[in-house]
Design a protein around this ligand. Structure first.
Ligand code: XMP
Length: 516
């Protein structure tokens, strides 16, 4: 394992992902982790991340200086390198000229960390401080036009540093450098594979739950579906999958999901038809937050009733992923038992929490994985592409894509329009290029149109097609006009109640992806 000590860089997780891409397991820990704790974990290498501070800022985060004496190879990245230099007696100062963006790396010593790296390859820089004096034992491995110490090493103590960010995609030879560190310097073996993970996860789940029953709320998304497959393989009939149909899914999705699980994969699913009761909760409600709250509260009520009816269950399976674990490090731990406790139902991040009397123990076999690793896992377990590559879909579903009160008729209109969007996006080959693609209905707006010889006066549909890396920022998709034309034409012709289609050309920020 490689441990990454996080000094607050936006790239710490990315470093972990890059290392895992070399099939070596890695974890992100706080910079406060002590040398003694690290010794217990026995990592083969340590990476110190970048961070927003200057090492000479008062109160800037520092690591335990004993780390340098552990004999474990260390690679400092940006702030991490500067900290290494400062703590070991070198000097870091504000650079005359900061360096942001691309820079060519001129190699002085093509061994060790820089083995097989092409000279003058482009690396991504982002720093205002520079190393101006190296500690005893170090020598520069490479420089850029602006930065004399762009890569440094003290090979006898196995200490290395780079001023640039090898983890970002713009760094052309970054992956080579990471492989050199992981394989040659740390001596790691490429043992982190999906197959190895499946074996270990199955062993762990069996050991944890014994002969007890486990409940899983299936949403149809990639996380809960992968979880269902994994658990079913591990514990078979001890797993109960529950699918609560709120009535806000896309057209034919609940039926497809059930068919897929039950008929194709022989994983039984308890279908709970909540359509009427969820709709009743939304009667007369137009405020987006109120909608979410009501859907969340009703979800808990149904979940509670059904789990009592089907149970009792000792364990609840949650699709917690590694980024959630990093984010909530230690905050969701029961102070008495030390167990992680359920504070969220994963498929529904609008749900506040489970009631106290429903305190399950948790099974979270995906907690070590990043999203792309879950996709790989799902694929290895035999989940079809349509689920593995599925776009995100919000917990409250179509209810937050009808801008106003939600009614049965409006849901029908939106479902039909949305189906056309999906069909055409699939047909055009744009599905994998987009983060999300959907329709939004504006039932409180009507506009005049003409069809045949008749005047129409009905609702507009908004087309929302966005590209994004992680949903935090997004841009409207530049798809061909012809594709927009086909979608618009089909919706207006095939969906009664809609006579106009508009395209949302707002990025996030300032907009959000969803309309509510
Ligand atoms: P926004 O609209 O905030 O959405 O730009 C960002 C991403 O989150 C999804 N989303 C949700 N997912 N429950 C969910 O599980 C929700 O209440 C919810 N609201 C938004 C949205 O689809 C997008 O991918």
């Amino acid at each position: 394992m490689i441990v990454i000590l996080d000094f607050g860089s936006q790239y710490s997780e990315l470093i972990a992902r890059r290392i895992r891409e070399t099939h070596v397991y890695s974890e992100v820990l706080s910079y406060r982790t002590t040398a003694a704790q690290l010794q217990q974990l026995q990592p083969k290498g340590i990476i110190l991340s970048g961070g927003p501070n200057s090492v000479y800022d008062p109160g800037a985060p520092v690591c335990d200086p004993e780390i340098w004496n552990l004999g474990i190879p260390v690679l400092g990245v940006c702030y991490g390198m500067q900290l290494m230099v400062q703590q070991l007696g070198g000097k870091v100062e504000a650079a005359e000229k900061g360096e942001y963006g691309r820079a060519a790396l001129h190699i002085l010593d093509p061994t060790d960390l820089l083995t097989n790296l092409p000279d003058n390859s482009i690396m991504w820089m982002s720093h205002g401080d520079s190393v101006t004096e190296l500690p005893a034992g170090f020598h520069p491995l490479a420089h850029t036009d602006n930065t004399p110490c762009a890569a440094i090493a003290d090979p006898t103590r196995h200490l290395y540093g780079v001023q640039f960010h090898p983890e970002v995609a713009h760094s052309e030879a970054g992956a080579f450098l990471i492989r050199n560190f992981v394989y040659h310097i740390c001596g790691c073996e490429p043992t982190w594979t999906t197959e190895a993970f499946i074996e270990e996860a199955i062993r762990e789940v069996r050991a944890r739950v014994g002969d007890k029953k486990v409940l899983l709320a299936l949403s149809g998304g990639v996380d809960s579906s992968t979880l269902a497959f994994l658990l079913h393989r591990a514990i078979g009939d001890q797993l109960t999958c529950m699918f609560i149909d709120q009535g806000f899914m896309r057209k034919e999705e609940p039926q497809r999901l059930l068919r897929l699980f039950q008929e194709q994969f022989h994983i039984p699913v308890n279908y709970v038809d909540g359509q009427e009761r969820f709709l009743k909760q939304l009667q007369g409600i137009t405020d987006p937050e109120e909608k979410r709250k009501r859907i969340g509260a009703e979800f808990i009520r149904v979940f509670e009733e059904e789990s009592q009816r089907l149970g009792p269950f000792e364990y609840l399976a949650q699709g917690t992923l590694y980024p959630d674990v990093i984010e909530s490090a230690n905050t969701n731990v029961d102070p008495v038992t030390g167990e992680r406790i359920a504070v969220k139902i994963k498929s529904h991040h609008n749900v506040g929490g489970l009631p106290k009397n429903l305190r399950f123990k948790l099974v979270e076999p995906l907690r070590k994985l990043f999203k792309d690793e879950v996709r790989q896992l799902g694929q290895s377990l035999g989940l079809p592409e349509e689920i593995v590559r599925r776009h995100p879909f919000p917990g409250p579903g179509l209810a937050i894509r009808i801008i106003g009160e939600v009614t049965k008729e409006r849901l029908e209109i939106l479902r039909d329009a949305d189906m056309i969007v999906r069909q055409e996006i699939n047909r055009s080959g744009y599905y994998p290029k987009l983060w999300q693609a959907f329709a939004v209905l504006l039932p409180d707006v009507r506009s005049v149109g003409v069809m045949g010889d008749k005047r129409t006066y009905t609702y507009p549909v908004v087309l929302r097609l966005v590209t994004s890396e992680d949903g935090m920022t997004a841009d409207w998709a530049r798809v061909p006009y012809d594709l927009l034309a086909t979608i618009s034409n089909r919706i207006v012709n095939e969906v009664p109640g809609v006579n106009r289609v508009v395209y949302d050309i707002t990025s996030k920020p300032p907009g959000t992806i969803e309309w509510e």
